[in-house]
Design a protein around this ligand. Structure first.
Ligand code: ADP
Length: 257
């Protein structure tokens, strides 16, 4: 029996297929999200990689910001439940999850049995989200995937004190006009994002071990800055960005049974 989870975010669409033993059969990511062809393309890519047809999928759960627009879903489940489920599969010891996606930041505390105990969320402004980092990378004329490597070269941190993306954009432009070293400025941008995440985590109580999920987990500069601010280790996984879709596929399996 195969089930599918589709996570339709603001920035990307993810699809994961699992088998009856909770093993991942395939995963696909298309870097465009809700309101685009992304969800359908992610589904097609995951089916192709698995060598399966849609008919062979017993149950489909959609999650994420755009889940209500995905008509092919049998069910829709909240991102929080899916992230908790997916994170527990990735790392069963996990007690705190920090998820930084395209337009929100979520902190989750997880029980030893994998249940969601508590959460805190910022979905009201772009501060500290993937969108914040995307905007900053555009001003710096580089791809968001290049930020981490630049951050490694920093020898000090140029603080970016404005949390609002619009004001932070002006602040970064002003630093650029003063010719501050780019790696130090990027370290300041990462510190700003990580401090928003750390504050959110502290609201629910930070317990070890910590897993970071969402696309920003690919940005090791943010991960390292978060570790420094918490003085704790923050784990990531190649499946970090797929946590929501994976959780949806696993819940689909339980619900189908
Ligand atoms: P959503 O689920 O809201 O669509 P994601 O969890 O997919 O968002 O995260 C998208 C964000 O992840 C992007 O805005 C970007 O900042 C970040 N991101 C994605 N891929 C990378 C990468 N390779 N390196 C650095 N950051 C990345």
């Amino acid at each position: 029996m195969f089930t599918m989870g589709v996570d339709i975010g603001s920035a990307s669409s993810k699809c994961v297929i699992v088998d009856g033993e909770s093993k991942i059969i395939s995963q696909a990511l298309i870097p465009v999200g809700t309101g685009t062809s992304g969800p359908q393309r992610a589904v097609e890519a995951a089916l192709e990689a698995a060598g399966l047809s849609q008919m062979q999928i017993s149950h489909v759960i959609a999650t994420g910001y755009g889940r209500n627009t995905f008509e092919a879903a049998d069910e829709r489940v909240s991102e929080l439940s899916c992230h908790a489920k997916g994170s527990f599969w990735i790392f069963p010891e996990v007690r705190t999850v920090i998820d930084i996606g395209g337009q929100d930041v979520k902190a989750l505390s997880i029980s030893p049995e994998g249940a969601l105990k508590q959460f805190a969320m910022n979905d009201k402004c772009a501060a500290g989200t993937g969108r914040f980092l995307d905007v900053m990378s555009r001003i710096l004329e580089m791809d968001v995937s290049e930020l981490s490597e630049q951050d490694e070269k920093a020898d000090s941190v140029v603080p970016v004190s404005s949390t609002c993306v619009v004001f932070a954009e002006s602040e970064v432009i002003s630093h650029l006009s003063k010719n501050v070293p780019i790696p130090n400025l990027i370290a300041g941008i990462h510190q700003s994002a990580a401090s928003r995440a750390a504050n959110l985590m502290k609201r629910i109580g930070v317990e070890n071990p910590i897993l970071m999920t969402g696309g920003v987990a690919n940005n090791k500069g943010v991960v390292r800055s978060l570790e420094r601010q918490l003085d704790m280790q923050v784990k990531t996984s190649p499946y970090s960005q797929f946590a929501g879709a994976l959780g949806a596929a696993l819940i689909a399996q339980e619900n189908h049974k």
